[in-house]
Design a protein around this ligand. Sequence first.
Ligand code: ATP
Length: 468
Amino acid sequence: MTEEPSNDAGLGLWLACVEQLSQDLPEQQFNTWIKPLTAVVAEDFSKVTVYVANRFKLDWIRAQYAARISGLLEDLYGQPVTLELALAHRESVTRTYVRPYQAERSSPSDAPTLLPVSASAEEASAPAFRNRLNSALTFETLVEGTANRMARSAAMHVAGSPGHLYNPLFIYGGVGLGKTHLVHAVGNQLLKDKPDAKILYIHAEQFVSDVVKAYQRRTFDEFKERYHSLDLLLIDDVQFFANKDRTQEEFFNAFEALLAKKSHIVMTSDTYPKGLTNIHERLVSRFDSGLTVAIEPPELEMRVAILINKARAENAEMPEEVAFFVAKNVRSNVRELEGALRKILAYSRFNQKEVSIQLAREALRDLLSIQNRQISVENIQKTVADYYKIKVADMYSKKRPASIARPRQIAMYLAKELTQKSLPEIGELFGGRDHTTVLHAVRKIAAERQQLTELNQQLHVLEQTLKG
Ligand SMILES: Nc1ncnc2c1ncn2[C@@H]1O[C@H](COP(=O)(O)OP(=O)(O)OP(=O)(O)O)[C@@H](O)[C@H]1O
């Protein structure tokens, strides 16, 4: 029977609450404490029972987050909601586990439904795959655009003929732009073509911890056997190797061994190889010895396509005009775009309303109000001066050395881009400069941004910092 899930609105309430927490809390805190939670929402919404894995965590959630969760639930529902914390019992959790938006169609209407925070919570509790690949992250589910075209085609090339060109492939870019997705896609594609290939996806932090374990347990032979025998090593966020000398040495050895046997290495990082700090020069030069490609923040049309695709994957429809509205307002990265989408879908389900611009506006009101918060020219000057390590006073000074003039031009460009101020007003705030000077700076930086990946990267970081 194809009956709708009974507790869909309850699911919406809980997901909307979690979504809000994901915006409010630092990522690490959210991932550690909130993401693993599951909840049961009573049919009449009077009570939400949140299940926590163990006693220690339960005490911590009670002390640190309970008041906040209950306040949020009340805000969302419009009436007081009793929050109860309980210990999760593994068997019952697995038995009645329901993925968001894919609630078990046969769940009886009077049975409470356990609602996880996210699909990845289920993946986290499932036994780890040997290769650690997430099968959902494929080339098919990765939307292509100008921002990732080059990285995507290099990655496809590697997946199609590993061990040849572009070895190592080094992919870099800001947070949430699809680097992890792309490396998993390489692994999944190769696995499809060659099911016997020895592939490993690993986060750099996990590699560090493997080195430490091998060191403590004196199991370096096993460690080497494991890493040096791979056909494809996918390693994420290598900036985490900074200051870890022993790890760098082991990675260097693995790197050399793998390249010698024509295995392929794909790495990601938040910056280009020479921008990495506290990593040995010999490793940095190895990173740069194949192909280095950037992933840029997605352009408007790509953001729209991502929203429409992701909504479809959740079995929801997102009209194009709503996707444009969201994409125009959520510009920084794909992870935020996904967050906005989840919020809109949860809000729509909870209120049982169709997805429209008005609904999106309501669902994203907090996010939009943060965005509308005025960014001041003074703030831009301070942020840019801090970033380039010059004095704020140099923003108004007449000094001309490039080390000062360039950050000043960058600040003028950002002032034009992020505030409503006119060119003469900006000139005035930069030590009484003429509006043609500002115009020159704005045009120059805008043109160079198209050409210079490093500059674009720096601007992206500055924009993210300023938009908070
Ligand atoms: N082009 C795209 N098409 C579809 N989904 C995308 C695209 N780019 C990113 N995503 C999705 O956005 C989310 C964030 O991407 P991902 O985790 O790959 O980012 P990242 O660059 O590795 O970020 P971080 O540096 O924070 O690890 C993921 O859910 C991913 O599937």
